[in-house]
Design a protein around this ligand. Structure first.
Ligand SMILES: *Cc1c(COP(=O)(O)O)cnc(C)c1O
Length: 350
């Protein structure tokens, strides 16, 4: 069995999910007649304290229909420069939503408040586009699963109300943020207009994301989803797993965070591995192997020979993600394997 630390997306559905999928009562969701999806949407809205929710096929689709629902063609969207919505969605902002991105460099996913404020356009100026949306990401994936503090979310929210600009939160790993902060997910969602979260990552459902928000926005999103080909039929078959995900899989994310911390601590004691243990706030670990002088590719290949899969993130960093199928024993084996690779490589170098 491989130890797959590439992403929490590799989690497979639990037995309970498979049972729920087999027995799901379904109907045509484009007609709004899939009872399982209707139940899932009600549950998602309730969990986040919002009016309504929409099942979407992926996080990317959820984010894009959110942008489409909040903005008009030609608007400008304020987004952190490493945010998934900007960086990893194949240019959907411009191609699908027809908006332009105003990127701001953030620190651990936090765009400086003053810079957000300075970036908001005065649309009465004939030269300027309208600022249509502010996007946040919590946890922030590319910085290593960093958590936006509630105080930060509140500050951005206050600013957005002053300027009457909606906030969309890419909360692909929203529940990791809530667990990390020790708060109910509603406490995060209340500083947003819409939130997208993934059922398919740490929560272990086979597919799907939810977009939650005000009824009116979600109804717009439903129509955009149809345009993008995301109107599906007896989709309660997979939605049933989403219900199990929300009912049973949130609290256990704590375990993934503990494993990530333990992994980071173990790795921090290895010469040549650079890692900031304090920066590990959720289930993602970023480490630098610059101290080894080995290429990321070679490092990944060598780890592969131990049956351990990891990926490289930007800036020559290695990324490890913990999830339900990673055990304490896997954590120990990974630390041992990386130690062996580091020690052997140092010997060869001398
Ligand atoms: C995974 C992810 C997404 C997209 O989800 P998909 O289901 O892979 O399309 C969006 N935002 C963030 C931060 C993610 O980590």
């Amino acid at each position: 069995m491989k130890i797959d630390l590439r992403s929490d997306t590799v989690t497979t559905p639990t037995q309970k999910m498979r049972d729920a999928m087999r027995d799901a009562v379904v109907g045509d969701d484009v007609y709004g007649e899939d009872p399982t999806i209707n139940q899932l949407e009600e549950l998602a809205a309730k969990v986040l304290g919002k009016e309504a929710a929409l099942f979407v096929t992926s996080g990317t689709q959820g984010n894009q229909v959110a942008v489409l629902s909040h903005t008009k063609r030609g608007d400008e969207v304020i987004v952190e420069e490493n945010a998934h919505i900007f960086y990893y969605e194949t240019g959907g902002l411009s191609t699908i939503a027809g908006v332009q991105a105003r990127t701001i460099k953030g620190i651990n996913g936090q765009m400086p408040i003053a810079e957000i404020e300075q970036s908001i356009r005065d649309h009465t100026n004939i030269h300027f586009p309208r600022t249509g949306l502010i996007c946040l990401e919590n946890t922030h994936a590319l910085s290593g699963g960093r958590i936006l503090p509630l105080s930060y979310m509140e500050e951005v929210y206050r600013l957005s109300r002053q300027h009457s600009i909606p906030i969309h939160l890419d909360g692909a790993r929203l529940f990791n943020a809530a667990i990390g902060l020790g708060v109910h997910p509603k406490e995060i969602a209340k500083y947003t207009d819409t939130v997208q979260f993934c059922l398919s990552k740490g929560l272990s459902a086979p597919m799907g994301s939810m977009l939650v928000g005000p009824k009116e926005t979600i109804e717009k999103a439903r129509k955009w989803r149809k345009m993008l080909g995301g109107g599906t039929r007896q989709v309660g078959i997979v939605g049933a797993a989403g219900i199990v995900a929300l009912e049973e899989m949130i609290d256990r994310l704590e375990e993934d965070h503990l494993h990530a911390k333990a992994l980071a601590q173990g790795l921090s004691r290895i010469d040549g591995i650079e890692i900031d243990v304090d920066a590990v706030e959720s289930n993602i670990i970023m480490l630098s192997i610059d101290g080894l002088g080995m290429s990321s590719e070679e490092f990944i290949n060598q780890l592969n020979q131990f049956g351990i899969l990891v990926t490289s993130a930007s800036l020559n960093r290695i990324r490890l993600v913990t999830h339900r199928e990673i055990t304490g024993e896997h954590v120990d084996r990974t630390v041992e394997a990386i130690k062996e690779i580091a020690v052997n490589f140092m010997k060869v170098k001398q």
